[in-house]
Write a protein that binds this ligand. Structure first.
Ligand SMILES: [Zn+2]
Length: 256
């Protein structure tokens, strides 16, 4: 059923509706889209805030952790009054105040090989905003199996990367790195400045929004774009990524 954009929504989403090529149709498409945000920390905070503000119809909020004081220099969904509260619950409390029109589904669970397909099945697209490679690769593989678009990103210290994967239409995370990298330091070891996940999470949100609004198209050369920020030199770059013929995503490609 196509939902009409009502009078209040016309005002709330005016700056969306004015965007050339977006319009009422793009807004209606956002309103019908269900997005899972996995991880509600540094990356998940800007993702969830911008998806809710833009009017994505339903957000699935996945995180099994509780808010800690050391989270608050980057995890802007949460605040000092929420210490000890579950992050999924805290995120829902913030997003409900931002935009009561968004349906919020709270999942205080950790996704695993055993449960991820069941939990992510009801969503149209997935945002990977976790802090570990095991989860990033698990979500990549599950989204390939379920043929759901995936926005994924990684951050450390002053730098980060982001990639948007549409199974069968753009390269996946394993096209970039076939196996889980080992021996890479974590943000618990080398820290991270909050604006870094702020930028990369916003890139993830933008990828999801343009896909949901119908503005995304596969590149003619079949390649993907790996976006990167280097906060030491302040260089922002987008590298063209080829698909890997031996990759597990190759069975989904049909154009050759
Ligand atoms: Zn691949």
């Amino acid at each position: 059923m196509v939902r009409d954009v009502n009078a209040n929504e016309v005002i709330r989403y005016q700056r969306n509706l004015l965007i050339p090529g977006f319009g009422e149709q793009g807004q209606e498409r956002l309103g019908q889209t269900r997005v899972a945000v996995v991880g509600l920390g540094g990356l998940g905070s800007p993702v969830a805030l911008y998806l809710a503000a833009a009017g994505v119809g339903t957000l699935g909020l996945f995180d099994s952790d509780a808010v800690e004081l050391s989270n608050l220099q980057r995890q802007v969904l949460h605040d000092t009054g929420r210490l000890g509260m579950g992050k999924a619950e805290s995120a829902a409390a913030t997003l409900e105040k931002l935009n009561p029109g968004v349906a919020l589904e709270v999942h205080a669970v950790r996704l695993t090989e055993g449960n991820a397909r069941e939990f992510l099945g009801p969503y149209d697209a997935v945002v990977e905003a976790t802090d570990n490679f095991e989860s990033k690769f698990l979500l990549n593989d599950v989204c390939l199996d379920l043929r759901k678009p995936l926005a994924t990103a990684g951050i450390l210290a002053l730098s980060g990367h982001a990639l948007f994967v549409v199974p069968g239409c753009s390269p996946c995370l394993r096209c970039v790195s076939p196996e889980i990298p080992r021996g890479v330091p974590t943000t618990a070891e080398q820290g991270v400045l909050g604006a870094v996940p702020g930028i990369l999470g916003s890139v993830e949100a933008l990828e999801i929004l343009r896909w949901a609004a119908g503005l995304w198209t596969a590149r003619a050369d079949g390649r993907g774009l790996l976006h990167s920020v280097d906060g030491r030199t302040m260089r922002l770059a987008s590298m063209r990524i080829p698909r890997r013929r031996e990759c597990r995503c190759a069975v989904l490609w049909s154009n050759e």
